[in-house]
Design a protein around this ligand. Sequence first.
Ligand code: SF4
Length: 340
Amino acid sequence: MQDIDLVLGNNEKKNIIEIIEKNSSIVTDVMHQKEFIDFGDVTYTEKTRAVIKIQDGCDRFCSYCIIPYARGRVRSRKPESIISEIQKIAKEGYKEVVITGIHIASYGKDFNLANSNNSTNYALIDLLEEIDKIPGIERIRLGSIEPLLITEEFMQRLIKLPKICHHFHLSLQSGCDATLQRMNRRYTTEQFEEIVNRIRNYYKDVILTTDIIVGFPQETDEEFNKTYKFLEKINFYKMHVFKYSRRNGTKAATMEGQIEEKVKEQRSKKLINLSDQNEKRYNQSYIGKEVEVLFEEEKNGHYQGHTQNYLLAISKTHGEKNQIIKLKCIGAEEHFIILE
Ligand code: SF4
């Protein structure tokens, strides 16, 4: 311990100078943290897009996840702060913003609790409507979202926002109801399918991606097969497959029936194969169509960027950085489309 001068909790990062000056150590209990710690600037910027953090924490307590304990309850960043930051980065020339957080579907929940007498229920959709009006921003991409956010009312308002990218990352985690229950996820596969149909009904060119956990405690072959069949039916563009790993302090870590690594490995490979097949098939379906691409960089002699629905696109001849260009798709590989 003699080499450690200072111990700080995550929430004290912004006060680091003051704390060093006072030569003190602070770690507050994150579960009692009620305010979003606003660092003021863009969380980080990628080549042509800015990633904007709008909230922290989560109240969902999925049985495998440590985040509610580690990051505390939902704290939302004030809309004024988010809007003024996006206005600033739009002036700097960024055309695309990615809206992220730990659980963005809960955005505003803490404002509403604080103003329980106030009838205004400021939520994610209100924020998106404001961002959509900011001049210079041409694309708004949503980070990972909780499926239950996608109600009919939400979609009716979202469809009116022209800058929203037709790409949604819906965390499914399992396609078997019994596994979902053990995970403490709050939807059934039937509800999830309804939500997917709802989105596809509004956006014909939508790309859906997801996260899946394989080898969750007690996942039998039969349960895994249910997941596999469900995934075939939903037909995601791409799936991020995670092998379940125990997190001390979570309910799932103490569950009986932990699954052997080699079984997790086999299940993971099967789903990755399915994901690759889907991706290739989707990509091939774009051959002959025109797409709008925001070009990000020049790499190995070609230009690359993403379509608004998040296909990786490559061109040998066109592609000025940070420009959105409409081009025809002339070919497709497993992980990208090829443009004229
Ligand atoms: S998995 Fe997501 S929704 Fe579930 S507790 Fe963790 S952060 Fe919250």
